[in-house]
Design a protein. Structure first.
Length: 185
């Protein structure tokens, strides 16, 4: 198991990744109800907001995962979240996921947030790899992941039904070794 009890403050040029604060919650709700976020994450808008708020209030106390708010430096408000979770003991890896709400799209925030969290994880833990899944109808995210060194390892066919169509899920990974090679180049 990896101890992720320390919740860092990671600062880039455009975004800050930090633990959640109470003032983030209206922005989280905006993100979670955004039609594009719902589509690209395969989520539903049918959730209990009080339970969701309680869940977010527990994120900073978790020791087995890292949930960080993505904050626009120029505006000071939450635009998304970055999460490291689901430890896989056999591969000494963890899952990565990110969402960017409507206030943060098309501004390079996602790319910078991913770079910051990858750097933090591979510098401050012994994890061997990060894994993720991206739906096939999200080529923008797939492109960013590939640009940052993630490689496709498999496809889960017909993983999500969306508007009567079956969508594949593309599974990707980034190893510590590949990340180190990219840093040296």
């Amino acid at each position: 198991m990896i101890d992720l009890s320390h919740k860092p403050l990671l600062q880039g040029e455009k975004v800050i990744l930090r633990p959640f604060k109470d003032e983030d919650f209206p922005y989280i709700k905006e993100c979670l109800l955004d039609p594009e976020v719902l589509k690209l994450t395969g989520s539903s808008s049918d959730f209990d907001w009080d339970k969701t708020l309680q869940w977010y209030n527990t994120r900073n106390a978790q020791t087995d995962r890292l949930d960080l708010a993505i904050v626009d430096q120029s505006q000071g408000n939450l635009v998304g979240e970055a999460v490291i979770n689901l430890y896989d003991e056999q591969n000494h890896s963890m899952n990565f996921r990110i969402l960017i709400g409507p206030r943060g799209r098309n501004r390079g925030f996602g790319t910078e947030a991913i770079q910051l969290i990858i750097e933090y994880i591979f510098t401050n833990t012994t994890l061997y790899e990060l894994t993720l899944s991206v739906f096939d109808f999200n080529p923008r995210a797939k492109h960013v992941y590939e640009k940052l060194g993630f490689v496709q390892v498999s496809i889960d066919k017909n993983d999500l039904e969306f508007e009567g169509q079956w969508i594949d899920s593309i599974n990707m990974k980034l190893t510590r070794e590949d990340w180190l090679e990219r840093r040296i180049v």
